[in-house]
Structure formats: structure tokens, C-alpha cells
Design a protein around this ligand. Structure first.
Ligand SMILES: CC(=O)N[C@H]1[C@@H](OP(=O)(O)OP(=O)(O)OC[C@H]2O[C@@H](n3ccc(=O)[nH]c3=O)[C@H](O)[C@@H]2O)O[C@H](CO)[C@@H](O)[C@@H]1O[C@H](C)C(=O)N[C@@H](C)C(=O)N[C@H](CCC(=O)O)C(=O)O
Ligand SMILES: Nc1ncnc2c1ncn2[C@@H]1O[C@H](COP(=O)(O)OP(=O)(O)OP(=O)(O)O)[C@@H](O)[C@H]1O
Ligand SMILES: N[C@H](CCC[C@H](N)C(=O)O)C(=O)O
Ligand SMILES: [Mg+2]
Length: 506
């Protein structure tokens, strides 16, 4: 593709020859191949303009930059005011704007994105539209799976994935849209049909600083990306009105809004709801009629995900029958309330709750279902929001019979420092601190254990549990790794749990 045909999307002047052939788009000098267009991004850690010489040496055919003082002599260059946004729009152009021709459903919010994306996929499948799913677990369609680098990857990676998945036969895209991605314009080249807002609770304040600016990022999906002048004729938002931030988003959305809620009787809601260990059932009420449904998913928070997905179905004008069979056909998401079978009579669930709100939701669901004790193994990721640590500690300890505080992904932080910050949230509750040995012997009163090694912590939970107890392994869900320092080691909560059950049955 000639540079001139990409320039339309950049709408900016060029210095140099615009007939050079462009072979790809990147913002990382380390991945430049001959002929690529290099975008110099003003990063938070380093300034991408510093790498223009390295990109040119590696064969970049042209450079897009914000600061003309760094303009190269050797190759054509284009100056723009926002290089991240320009890159997203150029990447979409380079890959043939894959989201213009196919429906694109974007899901944003603190919790529930992955689960809702799988539900929407199931509803679309029931309506005869095979959809690709892009999010935390992977970017996939049928046999084609691309490993996920981020929940929402950089625009160059994202647009390449759309192209590949469309070529593999996908007829719609369902994607999670993280707040980082909205803030960093990774989705600026995406043409959305439907935007879903799940909820907004404390997370990522290391990055966004305040809840208001976290909201501002999420808001971009509904104000900027679903605005009337995009190429999509049908643009709708599905918004959770039980969430105070949802109410604000709905008030400012640039498109038609379909409201949903469990308490709020919105356009989409449920009546006659029954929740048990077997799942959730009830009647789904929509603007074009009501229908009975039952789902294998557990807990009130999953009712929100079901309503969110049903609202997307309504937004896409899919038949009510397809919405129902999509909800009913969906059974599990890897690492979300995923059971590890065992012969010890223990219910062991692996879940991805890694925020205070998610932990609280999961634990209140488990409290409703529990007939015996709840043992929770959890930690907090390093190099991430530190403020959530004592909050998660307080919630896990107060809502469990035994909380085992361990490592999540410590990354470059000292694991013991993280554990100490979690412990600071537990201490004011006055619960008893047990040693691992004591806990195995029985814990007569509510308490907690500090045990840094996650495999040992899982083993301890399994050894301390009696038949009928529930063990929750929270925070890592589907992850099959643990990041210690900058090294990714193989680690899987589900495998560790299976190993622990085998050990005690010997
Ligand atoms: C906090 C954050 O989101 N950071 C992102 C941001 O990094 P940054 O601004 O610090 O970039 P930088 O390191 O300063 O580099 C600036 C530029 O120089 C370039 N560079 C750098 C070095 C070099 O040798 N050559 C070179 O060209 C870089 O490629 C970049 O373009 O821009 C980079 C390039 O786009 C991203 O890769 C990086 O994601 C980092 C790796 C990350 O961990 N992000 C996480 C927090 C994230 O995005 N998570 C969300 C949400 C998850 C959730 O919802 O729970 C996600 O969508 O996954
Ligand atoms: N609607 C919801 N409200 C609150 N908590 C939820 C909801 N849905 C799921 N959860 C909890 O949050 C965890 C993460 O759920 P899920 O993976 O669907 O969310 P996500 O938004 O994709 O998260 P991430 O941003 O980390 O990818 C689940 O394991 C569950 O504990
Ligand atoms: N997408 C989230 C996932 C957190 C999962 C948890 N296991 C952790 O590592 O903190 C993040 O990168 O913040
Ligand atoms: Mg997710």
C-alpha cells in the first residue's frame, strides 16, 4: 500500500515522497521491518521520538510524529497532533477497515466484560451469526486463536487480529474494551454498532488516579466512538442503570440507549428470578416481549452479565428466541467460577475476582450457597493499584471463614510488601492469625493465614478443608502463568488444585 493512500486517514501534511510503499504499521522500533510506517508515541515511560533513528536504521519507510524537532532526514515524515489516535486510524485503513463491514460490539466496565463477551457470542451464534471474541483470554474465532497480549491490544495488533479473524470466517466481532485502551486511543479505528457498560468500581487507580478520570475514559466509548458521524448506521448503547456511573454514561451517550438493571426496571430486566447452586432462572423482559430463561451461571453478578448480553441482543434487533437460547447455551468461561472436580466432597472454584467489588460479589454468592465453611485463597498483583489491597483483604477475611493471603503476580514488587498491605486491611477486624500448621489442624474461629508461596497456599486450603466446604481460589482465573520479577513462570491454579487433591488422596 502506498503512503499516499494512508495519508487520507491522517489528513496531515507530509514532508518527503508520498509514493513509498508501506508494508506495515508499528510503534515499536524493535519490531520495525523494512518498509514499515513507524509511529513515535509520547509514552509514559520513555518518549517514542527517541527511537526514530533506530526505526529508520531498521528500515522504516516513513515516520509519523508529534514533535517535528525529532523529524528524520532520511525518510518522509508526517506530523500529527495525536500520534496514538493517528496510528489507530491508519492501522484500520492498512487492514481494510475490518469493522466497517461487520457488526462490532464493545464491552467496557470494571467487571463482567469477559463473561458478557462469551454470552454475546453465544446469542449471536444462536441467531446464526458466528462471531469472533477478543479480550482478556484470547482473540479467537473457530480454530483460529491469537494469544492475548492485553485485554484490548495496541491498535496495530487489534486491527491485524480483526483482519485475520474476518478472513477466517467471523461475521461479527465481540470485544472487551479496557479503560487503558480508551484512554490510549487503541480503539480509535474501530466502528462500533453496540457499546455495553457493565459497572465501574475501584481498580486501576494507579493509572487513572481518580474515579472521575476512570469514568472519563470509559465514557469515550459512548460519547466519541458511538457518535453519529461514524460509518455505522445503527449505533446503540446498553447501560446498567443500577450503577451510578451507568446513569451518568446514559445521560451523556451520543446514541440511543437501551437501559438494563436488576433493581432498575429498565428496557431489559428480569422478573420471577430464582438463584440456586444450579444457576439462575426467571423471565427476561424486553421491549418486544418477555420470555422464560434459565442459565448455568451462578450468582446475582452473573444476572447482570446475562441482562447486559440480552440488551446487546435487543440492540442488534435479534429474535427473542435467539437471545434465550444463547443465554441457555452458554455454560462456563475459563477461570470464572470454574469448578475443579475432586473426590473429597469439597467445592473448589477458580475465579478471576481481582478487585474488591468482584471479591465481594463472588463471596456473597458463595455465602448464599454455602452449607459449610468458605476458605478463600487470594492475593493482589504487583505493579498495579496498591489502594485496592487493604480493601480486598478486608472483604476476603470478613466474608470467609479462613482467608489465606498469598501472592498473585508479584511482578517487580517485593511479594512480602504486597502481602503486608493486604494484611493491613485485615488487622483492624481483629480476626485470629493462624500459622499454616494451626489452620490444617482446624480453625475454630474466623481467621487468616499469611503464606507467600501460592502453590503452598492452595495445598494448605485443600488440606484444611472438610467435606462440604467451599474453597475459592481468587485472582488468577484462566492465567496459566505467574509473573515474578519480569519472568513468566508456568503456573495454573486449576492444576495446582488438582495436584493438591491427588496428594491428599494418596
Ligand atoms: C500503562 C500502559 O497501558 N502502558 C502502555 C503504554 O506504555 P507507555 O506509554 O509506558 O510506553 P513506553 O514504554 O513509554 O514507550 C513509548 C513508545 O516507545 C516505544 N519504544 C520503546 C522502547 C524501544 O526500544 N523502542 C520503542 O519504539 C514503545 O513501543 C512505545 O510506543 O503504551 C504501550 C504501547 O502502546 C503499551 O504496550 C503499554 O501497555 C503496558 C505494557 C501494560 O501493561 N498495560 C496494561 C496495564 C493494560 O493496558 N491493561 C489493560 C486493562 C486490563 C484490565 O482491564 O484489567 C488491557 O487492555 O490489557
Ligand atoms: N457483572 C459483574 N459485576 C461484578 N463482578 C463480576 C461481574 N461479572 C463477573 N464478576 C467477577 O469479576 C471477575 C472477572 O470477571 P470477568 O473476567 O468477566 O470481568 P472483566 O471485566 O473481563 O475483568 P478484566 O478487566 O480483569 O478482564 C469474575 O471472576 C467474577 O468474580
Ligand atoms: N487485566 C488485569 C488483570 C489482573 C489479574 C491479576 N491476576 C493481576 O495480575 O493483578 C491487570 O493487568 O491489571
Ligand atoms: Mg476481561
Amino acid at each position: 500500500m502506498k503512503l499516499s493512500s494512508l495519508l487520507g486517514s491522517l489528513a496531515k501534511e507530509l514532508t518527503g515522497n508520498d509514493s513509498v510503499e508501506i508494508t506495515g504499521v508499528t510503534c515499536d522500533s524493535r519490531s520495525v521491518k523494512p518498509g514499515m510506517l513507524f509511529f513515535a508515541l509520547p509514552g509514559a515511560t520513555v518518549d517514542g521520538h527517541r527511537f526514530i533513528p533506530a526505526a529508520v536504521t531498521a528500515g522504516a519507510a516513513a515516520v509519523v510524529l508529534e514533535d517535528t524537532a525529532s523529524a528524520p532526514q532520511e525518510v518522509p515524515w508526517i506530523s500529527v497532533t495525536d500520534a496514538r489516535s493517528a496510528m489507530a486510524i491508519t492501522a484500520a485503513e492498512f487492514y481494510g477497515k475490518p469493522t466497517v463491514d461487520l457488526p462490532l460490539i464493545g464491552i467496557t466496565g470494571t467487571n463482567g466484560k469477559t463473561t458478557t463477551s462469551y454470552l454475546v457470542e453465544s446469542i449471536l451464534a444462536a441467531a446464526g451469526t458466528p462471531a469472533a471474541v477478543l479480550g482478556t483470554i484470547s482473540y479467537r474465532f473457530g480454530e483460529t486463536t491469537i494469544e492475548a497480549s492485553h485485554t484490548t491490544p495496541e491498535s496495530t495488533e487489534l486491527q491485524a487480529a480483526f483482519r485475520k479473524l474476518a478472513d477466517a470466517g467471523a461475521r461479527a466481532f465481540v470485544m472487551e474494551v479496557s479503560s487503558h485502551a480508551l484512554e490510549q486511543k487503541r480503539v480509535d479505528g474501530c466502528y462500533f454498532d453496540v457499546g455495553i457498560f457493565s459497572n465501574l468500581t475501584r481498580d486501576h487507580l494507579d493509572y487513572h488516579k481518580t474515579m472521575e478520570s476512570y469514568l472519563e475514559s470509559k465514557q469515550r466509548l459512548f460519547e466519541d466512538l458511538l457518535r453519529p458521524d461514524t460509518l455505522k448506521p445503527r449505533r446503540r448503547a446498553a447501560v446498567n442503570m443500577d450503577d451510578e456511573y451507568g446513569v451518568r454514561i446514559a445521560g451523556r451517550a451520543a446514541c440511543e440507549v437501551i437501559t438494563y438493571g436488576v433493581d432498575f426496571q429498565g428496557d431489559v430486566h428480569a422478573v420471577d428470578v430464582q438463584s440456586s447452586v444450579n444457576g439462575i432462572s426467571g423471565r427476561l423482559v424486553t421491549p418486544y416481549g418477555a420470555i422464560a430463561f434459565s442459565s448455568r451461571l451462578l450468582g446475582r453478578f452473573n444476572l447482570y452479565n446475562i441482562l447486559a448480553a440480552a440488551s446487546a441482543g435487543v440492540a442488534l434487533e435479534l429474535p427473542l428466541e435467539a437471545i434465550k437460547s444463547g443465554i441457555e447455551g452458554h455454560t462456563t468461561v475459563p477461570g470464572r467460577m470454574e469448578r475443579v472436580e475432586n473426590t473429597q466432597g469439597v467445592t473448589l472454584l477458580v475465579d478471576y475476582a481481582h478487585t474488591g467489588d468482584a471479591l465481594e460479589n463472588v463471596l456473597s454468592t458463595l455465602q448464599e450457597l454455602a452449607t459449610a465453611r468458605i476458605i478463600t485463597v487470594f492475593g493482589c498483583g504487583g505493579d498495579r493499584d496498591t489502594g485496592k489491597r487493604p480493601i480486598m483483604g478486608r472483604i476476603a477475611a470478613s466474608m470467609s471463614d479462613l482467608a489465606i493471603v498469598t501472592s498473585d503476580n508479584p511482578r517487580t514488587e517485593n511479594p512480602l510488601t504486597i502481602l503486608g498491605q493486604v494484611r493491613a486491611g485485615i488487622l483492624p477486624l481483629g480476626f485470629r492469625e493462624y500459622t499454616p500448621e494451626d489452620a490444617v489442624g482446624g480453625f475454630p474461629e474466623k481467621g487468616f493465614v499469611m503464606l507467600e508461596n501460592r502453590a503452598e497456599a492452595i495445598r494448605l486450603a485443600v488440606r484444611a478443608a472438610k467435606p462440604g466446604d467451599i474453597i475459592l481460589l481468587a485472582g488468577k482465573g484462566h492465567e496459566d502463568y505467574q509473573i515474578i520479577g519480569t519472568t513468566k513462570h508456568h503456573f495454573d491454579d486449576r492444576e495446582e488444585a488438582r495436584r493438591a487433591f491427588e496428594e491428599i488422596s494418596r
